[in-house]
Write a protein that binds this ligand. Structure first.
Ligand SMILES: [Zn+2]
Length: 218
């Protein structure tokens, strides 16, 4: 039973929302990874196992320093990026990484996604920033993601690679990953027809205040 597992709640959430990543077309097969922490310990998706075959007890647990402490399966190859984000952002409780196609299109152009749709607010700023490229699984990539997220962003693109979304729970991080993909798709489509109208920073900042209020009531 999940309740009897160490970090059972977090491991259950990782298994459940891994399936949601697939259902929401944010990833396929074994692509991407997700984690949720409880203070110094992190439940993270295992490496190379399809999401529909992952149950709570299969989800490995690592420390925020990356040491594997529970579960038989190998933790995600992107564990260094997840744990580095947790070490640098005490406010972050969950990390989701996808290769969702529209957002990754902009990542491959090295282009930030501007506020051509107001839902850019889910990423926590007036645009969605881009982290520099480094090899998947490397500490350097983790450092670039930390730099792009700074203290306030809830999401960024990884140049030539994909997307990072963070939140206080894995549910919210998945929602943010979904909004980033939607915003990217709308910007792509609008740019194909004409010149998208970019919302002023002040408008997005006002929305960001409202989003915080909305989420505190949720
Ligand atoms: Zn990746």
């Amino acid at each position: 039973m999940a309740e009897q597992l160490a970090l059972g709640e977090e491991r259950t959430a990782v298994a459940k929302f891994g399936r949601e990543l697939v259902e929401k077309d944010l990833t396929s097969g074994v692509g991407g990874n997700l984690s949720q922490r409880d203070d110094e310990r992190v439940a993270i998706s295992p490496s190379g196992i399809p999401y529909d075959r992952i149950d709570a007890e299969d989800v490995p647990v690592v420390t925020v320093d990356g040491e594997h402490v529970e579960g038989d399966l190998r933790p995600s190859s992107e564990t260094p990026m997840h744990t580095m984000i947790y070490r640098k952002r005490p406010d972050v409780g969950a990390v989701v990484h996808t290769h969702s196609p529209y957002a990754t299109t902009f990542a491959s152009l090295g282009q930030e996604i501007p506020a051509s749709h107001y839902l850019v607010e889910f990423a926590g700023g007036t645009e969605i920033p881009v982290a520099d490229f480094d090899l998947p699984g490397s500490e350097e990539l983790g450092q670039h993601a930390v730099d792009a997220l700074g203290d306030d962003y809830n999401g960024c693109l990884l140049q030539n690679h994909g997307v990072i979304a963070v939140g206080d729970t894995v549910s919210r991080a998945v929602e943010t990953a979904q909004m980033i993909e939607f915003t990217a798709r709308i910007h792509y489509q609008a740019s194909n027809i004409g010149e998208p109208i970019i919302l002023e920073d002040e408008k997005i900042e006002a929305l960001l205040d409202g989003l915080e209020e909305y989420r505190s009531l949720k």
